[in-house]
Design a protein. Structure first.
Ligand code: ATR
Length: 278
């Protein structure tokens, strides 16, 4: 049996086991996937377990370990290296390799949205947070072709956002502007919540958008997919803005992880959508 895990804390929200076990069954692969709640001090042993147990083949890494896991890995893919963020681990020829499938997953969802909604070639985006997945969002947005991008970032702990934008993620000319917490610019096209706030139902970001006078076209995008509608999205909907949750990004990062493990290019069909739409 090939065993796979998703590790995080909290982990109760994760639908990764539902999706990957569905694909193992559908494609007749002898595999089993489960979630594990870990503490930071468990990370080293977890990677040693993968290294030493021939029945464990890989893992997904989620909040808050996407950066912290890197210390224990042998190699990084180029996306993982650039973002210093790992969401997928592959065991290959005895080596434990960290990959990042969040960048391409976010990229595909945002490209589709922009294509359908925005004719103009300029985009003002506000990124909220500076945690493990934020570098993937920045890396994707700065590399959008033919788009004149202005990026803003704010994080409760401003220093972390400052360190992130100086970390070599972008060239100096494309560096996001770091704002004070709550200093919300007008005329934004996209506002993205990359924090973990909302994973626990009814949690709210302490940010006041009531004076935000953007167009109705402004998209509020929460990377959280479970719950399906966080307070960040509910409030935006009440203000008349567009909303999008992280469901498609979640499915795409899972699809790319599954491909790394099995070489199978899975379909995101209605059956899969129904599984995550619970
Ligand atoms: P880490 O912070 O260890 O990288 P993460 O889960 O990947 O872990 O990131 C959590 C993100 O959610 C951070 O941006 C964090 O802000 P801080 O850097 O100030 O901690 C943000 N976050 C968590 N709780 C928050 C809250 N109550 N209000 C605002 N932001 C919060």
């Amino acid at each position: 049996m090939n065993n796979y895990f998703v590790i995080g804390n909290p982990i109760v929200h994760s639908l990764s086991p539902v999706i990957h076990n569905h694909w193992f069954r559908k494609y007749n692969i002898e595999g089993h996937y489960e979630k594990r709640k870990l503490e930071e001090e468990d990370l080293k042993n977890f990677i040693n377990d993968i290294r030493n147990n021939k029945n464990i083949n890989g893992a997904n890494i989620t909040v808050p370990f996407k950066k912290k896991i890197i210390n224990f890995l042998d190699e990084l893919s180029s996306a993982a290296q650039t973002t210093q963020s790992v969401n997928t681990i592959v065991k290959k020829n005895g080596k434990i390799i960290g990959h990042n499938t969040d960048v391409s997953a976010f990229n595909e969802t945002i490209k589709n949205y922009i294509k359908n909604k925005f004719d103009n070639k300029s985009l003002n985006s506000l990124i909220i947070g500076a945690g493990g997945v934020t570098s993937s969002v920045i890396s994707s947005l700065v590399n959008l072709n033919n788009i004149n991008n202005t990026l803003y970032i704010m994080n409760r702990t401003k220093k972390k956002a400052e360190d992130l934008v100086l970390s070599g993620l972008t060239s100096a000319s494309k560096r996001p502007n770091v704002l004070d917490w709550g200093d919300i610019p007008q005329n934004l096209d996209i506002v993205i919540n990359t924090t973990s706030v909302g994973l626990v139902k009814d949690e709210s970001l302490n940010l006041d958008f009531s004076n935000y006078k953007g167009t109705n076209n402004t998209l509020f995008y929460d990377l959280i997919y479970n719950p399906k509608e966080t307070n960040f999205l509910t409030d935006a909907k009440k203000r008349g803005n567009q909303i999008k949750n992280g469901q498609m990004m979640f499915l795409l990062q899972a699809k790319h992880a599954f491909h790394l493990w099995t070489n199978i290019d899975v379909e995101i069909d209605n059956e899969v959508l129904k599984l995550v739409d619970q």
